[in-house]
Design a protein around this ligand. Structure first.
Ligand code: NCD
Ligand code: ZN
Length: 346
């Protein structure tokens, strides 16, 4: 008999995008529904490049929490070519837990990101000294590199060197998508971990391109071939402590996704936890679920486990076809209109 309910320590989401202002009234409650904490990405316009900006962004997020919610946003700083070790020290003092590295041009709102990674080593050293975490969008941006190869080339060009030069730096290789990334993380020290999204566990590039182009499955790093998807599934199935939940929930308005030049990002906050449960069940690995959702992340960040629990029940429900924002704009959520097998109880 398969289980009818699952109770786990309330999870955290170690990588997501809330956006700002009016959008927060949608995104913050959607995440607070089932996550206690979340690492909030700083790729706003303009980006969150100093402690002051991070603290005021944090206040806007706190104001958007539903009444009585104890949800805690964990703030991050956006690295640019101009970030200094003093900026890192100020961020640490302000309670910022991590620093985000976007190679310039790699993804949504990353134009102000890093052009010359090699020149930032003093900043990386300071991140290690301050016991903060570095969060890496691991893709090269060179136009001559095929988009499906950009993660592997980033490992070869940058990550191998970084782990050799600053072995004490704790970093998260974010939203990994390839067997190369899985191998790199497993072969590295305990200071290297990775997040994995629901879409990269559930899908491969056929789900984006076969039978018509499906913009709501388009995200960066882009979905890869099925052998890579299988490698990611094996990684979570293994129960390794190096992998943890990071949904990369990333809303864009419907008309910006369904466009001649559509934005990258899947808005998965409405279903992310349930989709992870579905994947672990398919893999016969439900015994590994709670570490992935609720322990491996806090352990890597040196934070306590959450005290609350969350229960999921086996019950079919449908993800809405679209969500209306407070300003009347629409978002099509990830997995829109599809039926899920697990639902959060209450
Ligand atoms: C993210 C976004 O929209 O901000 N998009 C995405 O496809 N994942 C940025 C990112 O995490 O790369
Ligand atoms: Zn992201």
């Amino acid at each position: 008999m398969s289980a009818k309910t699952i109770t786990i320590i309330k999870p955290d989401d170690w990588h997501l995008h809330f956006r700002d202002n009016g959008m927060l009234l949608e995104t913050v409650p959607a995440t607070a529904r089932c996550f206690s904490r979340a690492i909030v990405m700083p790729n706003l316009v303009p980006p969150v490049v100093n402690a002051e900006m991070a603290l005021s962004y944090r206040e806007r997020i706190l104001s958007a929490r539903p009444n009585g919610s104890t949800f805690e946003p964990l703030m991050t700083l956006y690295l640019t070519d101009k970030t200094t070790p003093a900026d890192i020290r100020a961020a640490k003092k302000a309670g910022i837990v991590a620093v985000k590295l976007y190679p310039a041009g790699a993804t949504t709102n990353s134009d102000a990101g890093v052009n010359a990674l090699d020149t930032l080593y003093p900043v990386f050293e300071e991140i290690a000294t301050q016991n903060m975490r570095l969060l890496i969008h691991g893709e090269v941006t060179s136009k001559d590199i095929d988009i499906f190869d950009r993660e592997k080339v980033f490992i070869d060009r940058y990550l191998c060197h970084l782990t050799r030069q600053i072995p004490e730096l704790k970093f998260v290789f974010e939203h990994i998508t390839t067997s190369d990334a899985v191998d790199f993380v497993l072969e590295s020290s305990a200071n290297v971990a990775a997040t994995i999204t629901p879409q990269h566990l559930l899908m491969n590039r056929n789900d984006m391109l076969d039978g018509g182009i499906r913009p709501h499955n388009y995200c960066l790093p882009v979905l890869k071939r099925s052998s890579h998807q299988l490698a990611l599934r094996k990684a979570v199935q293994s129960g390794s402590k190096k992998f943890f939940l990071g949904s990369d929930s990333a809303p864009h308005e419907k008309n910006k996704k369904e466009s001649s030049c559509g934005c990258a990002g899947c808005y998965s906050a409405w279903s992310a936890l349930e989709l992870y449960v579905q994947v672990f069940e398919e893999l016969g690995a439900l015994d590994k679920l709670e570490n992935f959702t609720s322990r491996n992340g806090p352990d890597f960040y040196g934070l306590p486990y959450n005290k609350e629990q969350v229960t999921l029940v086996r019950k079919e429900w449908q993800v809405p076809e679209s969500i209306v924002l407070p300003d009347g704009e629409r978002i099509v959520p990830f997995y829109a209109g599809q039926t899920l097998q697990w639902q959060i109880a209450n």
